[in-house]
Design a protein around this ligand. Sequence first.
Ligand code: AP5
Length: 348
Amino acid sequence: MSTSSNNVREGILVGCGNPLLDISANVPMNFLDRYQMKEDDAILAEDRHMPIYRELVDGYQAEFLAGGSVQNSLRIAQWILGQPRVAVFFGCVGEDDYAQRLKEKAAAAGLDVHYQVNRGQPTGTCAVLITGTHRSLCANLAAANHFTIDHLEQPANKALVDNAKYYYISGFFLTVNPPSIMHVAETAHAKQRPFLMNLSAPFISQFFMAPLMAAMPYVDIIFGNEAEAHAFATGQGWPTDDLREIGKRIVGLEKLNPSRPRIAILTQGCDPVLLIQKDSVEEFPVTRLAVHEIVDTNGAGDAFVGGFLSQFVQGKSLDVCIRCGNYAAGHIIQNPGCTYSGSPQFVE
Ligand code: AP5
């Protein structure tokens, strides 16, 4: 039985991020070597990576899949909710066929997208290089990199931001437009509404720590995986590798609204998810999938957040939210990219 619910109001959840079309293919390890990439990378494309996209299409039977971290999470939340337009998404695309594909995928999922359109740039893409059960990501943000805060300030969009009750932004968006993140964070704070963020990738803590720390006092819930948590700890100069200790230090960072203490939720692949609160660390087991059941792990973390959000916006307990996150991640791992099949089967 799914948790399909008809009592969540439209537009209750707003997210901002990079709308990317994933170009996904199985490649041999020497493909990664040629571009000096590792099998679990998540990087931004430099000039030397630009041939990757054409090469995947021409030589590796690439699939085109809707991507972009926040958009993935919101599509998954919509799928589980089974009720259209609960989630609203902002990001910047070009005026091209790729944007059209993204819009159609979002609409099919019931996601209410309000793209800013940059006519001078193509829609962003993300190369997803699959080697066995690993995936390496190389994002060419293109139009997504040109999102500007005035899009959020347009009256119709401002109303959507003001009327939401929950806000979710990825760390990836810190590379694009920190003022927009701060605007949403301040709105959430002024209205006493939850603001959720994601550490997104190790390079965010390595190179974008300053804007991340500017947003951190507003963050009520922070998501991350092991590598991202370790990169954050290194960036902070914390002398520990212990994930629980790192989580405790993250929740202890300065917070503007101390009446709602920060929560850290750290995933560890098939090992238990950690729910870290001020005075406790709880573990939530993951039902481990056999290698032959895994199509690819692309989007596992995004789907986890999507499942979590689908319950969080219904006011469900953290226990239910996390179990639904694990359900959603387990489902999309058995499908290509961050896609789903059939109706959700999450049992509360
Ligand atoms: P990607 O980084 O692949 O997605 P992700 O959602 O972060 O998934 P990962 O595979 O990295 O998982 P994780 O390490 O976060 O989580 P964990 O393994 O702990 O990114 C995909 C998207 O990012 C693409 O669509 C792309 O467009 C986008 N993107 C890339 N660059 C971008 C940029 N600059 N801006 C915007 N978007 C960008 O697992 C999480 C959960 O999965 C676990 O808790 C568990 O429930 C489940 N799980 C994991 N492994 C198993 C297993 N073996 N068996 C059962 N369950 C499992």
